[in-house]
Design a protein around this ligand. Structure first.
Ligand code: ADP
Ligand code: MG
Length: 334
């Protein structure tokens, strides 16, 4: 059997089964956005690690090195935000071909440094190696959160409303433009590529949502909403219903999709890397939370569906009808 038959998540399951017996129940290991390592009665450390590989996650000529520096840290901070934590320390493992220019490295570090400074994240170490052909970047981030505020994927409750903190599909639209090698002709196309290359992290939103008791489960959207909603469904043992009519779409995505005849719903459901947060909220409190959120952040917390009792599943609706799941989102090795 090959890894592509197992799939990314099958492989992670195999790793989890080999090692999960070794830690006690106070530690949360494989299965959420971060590992949770209790520090004391009140606070835990959150630890996460993400890798970006040239020609898998980025094309060297499709992203400015500063943006890559930003993105490689942002994707980790997003995982800390998704659990309600504050990112504090980072470790950088960098593998680059010997012919990589020092200017490229300096510019990459500029982007990484700027976001680290803005987020108060301190780089404490890492590893540097030669790579035969492609750049590989792995960043580990350590953060912390109040124990009472940590949000897990497994805490969704039947009846909860499902909400997201921002537009879906913009990053996928940007990637599409890069893959089609298009010359960017207007502000909307530039917006989409910018969202893809320089994602904004919802760290303030994550911490605020985490401080609300009525918010039950949380995850960041990295692999597309269909795939990430599935992680919540599986961890919580429930069915998630998503209404494609309610998915928040940006003006830039709407205009650019019309221009290039893209299937906008497909992008919004199954394209990844939007790095917005998905949370599930007590239905009796959802309206209050949405209003308070708008007051605090000046942007909407969009309701896009509901959680119901049932086997772990994601059902996607359009115009009130159940439609086939457009795609399972992004999964490596598929
Ligand atoms: P995310 O998209 O939030 O970064 P992933 O889908 O990458 O999460 O990972 C899901 C879970 O599996 C996380 O808890 C992560 O730590 C764990 N995981 C992923 N790959 C490995 C691995 N090679 N070894 C151990 N744990 C892993
Ligand atoms: Mg995540």
């Amino acid at each position: 059997m090959q890894v592509n038959e197992l799939g990314e998540f099958g492989l992670i399951d195999q790793i989890r089964k080999r090692f999960e017996g070794y830690y006690n129940s106070s530690v949360t290991g494989i299965g959420d956005d971060c590992a949770i390592i209790p520090k004391n009665k009140f606070v835990s450390n959150l630890v996460t690690c993400d890798t970006l590989i040239e020609n898998i996650h980025f094309f060297k000529n499709g992203i400015q090195p500063e943006d890559l520096g930003h993105k490689s840290l942002a994707v980790n901070i997003s995982d800390i935000a998704a659990m309600g934590g504050k990112a504090e320390y980072a470790f950088l493992s960098l593998a680059v071909p010997a012919v990589t220019s020092c200017t490229w490295i300096t510019r990459y570090l500029d982007g990484l440094h700027d976001l680290a400074r803005d987020e108060g994240v301190i780089l404490l170490g890492g590893d540097t190696t030669k790579s035969p052909e492609h750049i590989a970047i792995t960043i580990t981030v350590i953060g912390s959160a109040d124990n009472q505020n940590i949000k897990r994927r497994s805490e969704a409750k039947p009846g909860d409303m499902i909400c997201v903190t921002g537009y879906l599909g913009d990053s996928g639209g940007g990637l599409q433009l890069l893959l089609e090698n298009r010359k960017l002709t207007d502000e909307h196309e530039r917006n989409l590529v910018h969202t893809h290359n320089h994602p904004r992290v919802c760290h303030h939103e994550g911490r605020w949502l985490a401080s609300q008791q009525a918010v039950h489960a949380m995850i960041d959207i990295t692999d597309g909403i269909a795939s990430d909603a599935w992680h919540v469904a599986r961890a919580s043992g429930l069915t998630l219903l998503i209404d494609t009519e309610q998915l928040p779409l940006s003006e830039s995505l709407i205009i650019t999709s019309e221009k290039h005849d893209w299937n906008i719903r497909q992008l919004a459901v199954s394209a990844g890397e939007d790095y917005v947060l998905l949370c599930t909220i007590d239905p009796l409190e959802c309206d209050r939370i949405q209003k308070a959120y708008y007051k605090k952040f000046g942007s909407n917390l969009f309701a896009i569906g509901k959680v119901k009792q049932g086997k772990p599943n994601v059902e996607i609706f359009g115009k009130g009808e159940k439609i086939s799941v457009l795609s399972g989102g992004f999964e490596h090795f598929q």
